[in-house]
Design a protein around this ligand. Sequence first.
Ligand SMILES: O=C(O)CCC(=O)C(=O)O
Length: 259
Amino acid sequence: MKIALIQLDIAFGKPEVNYAAAERKIREAAAGRPDCIILPELWTTGYDLTRLDDIADPGGQATAALMSGLAREYGVNIVAGSIAARQANGITNTMYVYDRSGAPAGEYSKLHLFKLMEEHLYLQPGSAKGLFKLDGISCAGLICYDIRFPEWVRAHMAEGAEILFISAEWPLPRLSHWRALLISRAIENQCFVVACNRVGDDPANTFGGHSLIIDPWGDIVCEASGHEEILSGEIDLARVREVREQIPVFTDRRPEFYV
Ligand SMILES: O=C(O)CCC(=O)C(=O)O
């Protein structure tokens, strides 16, 4: 499976600019004929939280129209990062996933809102897992701060997911945490981790880039720089089965003692 990670800079609070940039980058990435493309977190608005009432995408519909159309046009799966979506219960930080036919394949709203960046003041948390299938492969999709909650990641991987997709806006000062947490999630869950971060600045933060693909042994398949780029890497799902057979963590678990 060939994966392209679109490590974008994001124009603060300017969805029209960001939709145009993401479309350009997806067309560029699609030329390399990937099986799957992933975008970062909140890529339509950035963290312009105080203006979300005006700029959130109602029901994710504008995002769906663009992403589903591109997925169908290029016959590529798209993990469309996350966006601020206006829902009946308020605004959520929601990841939408489309398969090669452009059909919705999954949806996940960020469960753990990040207080350090005031998400809890403007967003409603999700309440369901981010499990979906792409080309018959079981996948999980989570968002940024979620990677600090190994029990939430495990809840997904224990249901058989083999690839963990992460969309993020992870700040530069904690880049060492980003790498260590992602490598740990890959090792402990014996899965591929595909993690797409943004770059650039907003009024409060500088974001670190260094999007990554990590294999189920914890080795880095590929890693981006701190600048805008399309990172491309190939994964072989047989590696998940090999590592899970060699060290059978999932069958050796004793969950009855973990509560
Ligand atoms: O956990 C962190 O250090 C960063 C999390 C974050 O930036 C987010 O969830 O948006």
